[in-house]
Design a protein around this ligand. Sequence first.
Ligand SMILES: [Zn+2]
Length: 361
Amino acid sequence: MSGAAAIAGGNEHSGLPRSKPMRTLSLVADRKIELVDVAAPPAPAAGEVQIAIKAIGLNHIDVWGWRGMAFAKRKLPLIVGVEAAGEITSAGPSVATCKAGDRVVAYGALTCGACKACREGRDNLCENVGSIMGFHVDGFARDLINMPARLVVPIPAGVSFRDAACAPVAFGTVQHMLFDNAKLEPGETILVQAGGSGVGTTAIKMAKAIGCTVITTVGDDEKAAKAKALGADHVINYRTDRFEGVVRKLTRKKGVDVAFEHVGPDTFNGSLLCLKRGGRLVTCGSTSGQSTTINLFQLYLQQYRIFGSFGCSIRNIRESLAKMAAGLMPVIDTEVPLAEFERGLNRLESRQVFGKIIVMF
Ligand SMILES: [Zn+2]
């Protein structure tokens, strides 16, 4: 990442010729993001492309990074933004897969591209993964970025930058959870926790698209109506009803085939209780805390299968964009301009959202 390195330090070296400044959004302290001008990156090196960023999707990982995480190894200031869409402005030598003018999204983890997992297309299991952009190292919230061409994926015609910006993390993560890990099949029943979130709305739509029965939980009646409008068959307000009991009733005591988790301790054991024998629980997050205890008798007697899922493969991003091109669009809660990135994070943190928050350049 010669571009990221140059940007991080380039501004301080007064002896170097200064290129045109560009905007970045930089995390300078916990809960403090500033609009900072730095020198634009150099021309893309061999194997790299330069991308003009157009839209950024916000995710809970942005909120964690913004709040500050004691265990995360990183240095501030840090350019934020973990998923983005943009347009290639120039391509470096020996780049044959894309060219200036192509609209693309980028894979935001700096994988090695050479280990067994990378070679087999299991990018999120890379043995030498360097960092997650926007969290450990500089991310996408800047006018221009240089990226390895092998990490960019073209946006199909008819899909906007705004919608495509949801592909690398929100859509890709759900695609990987449902189809690579939980192996969700048409006709199965799925419980989607927190159906109003970015991943929750995506899971509802992807599961309905293959003909599943979807039961989802939300925190208020307004979100319940919206989840219903997305196609959810049954919506449970978890503040007024115990979801475990309702799911038991809805499935005539059988339980669901798959539970889609990302809430954590508040719902994890309840989600396990909702599974039928041999059911699968897949989780990609724990917004309500880090730890929980589980009943091991229940785990093996009921033959549950639990999948931890983080990120996705580049193939999952392609699949996500293909779904968008076929009409399965992300649910957008709000668009905010670049300078209001923190307002977007506040809104996401407050959980007063239904769908995705997108920051537009
Ligand atoms: Zn690798």
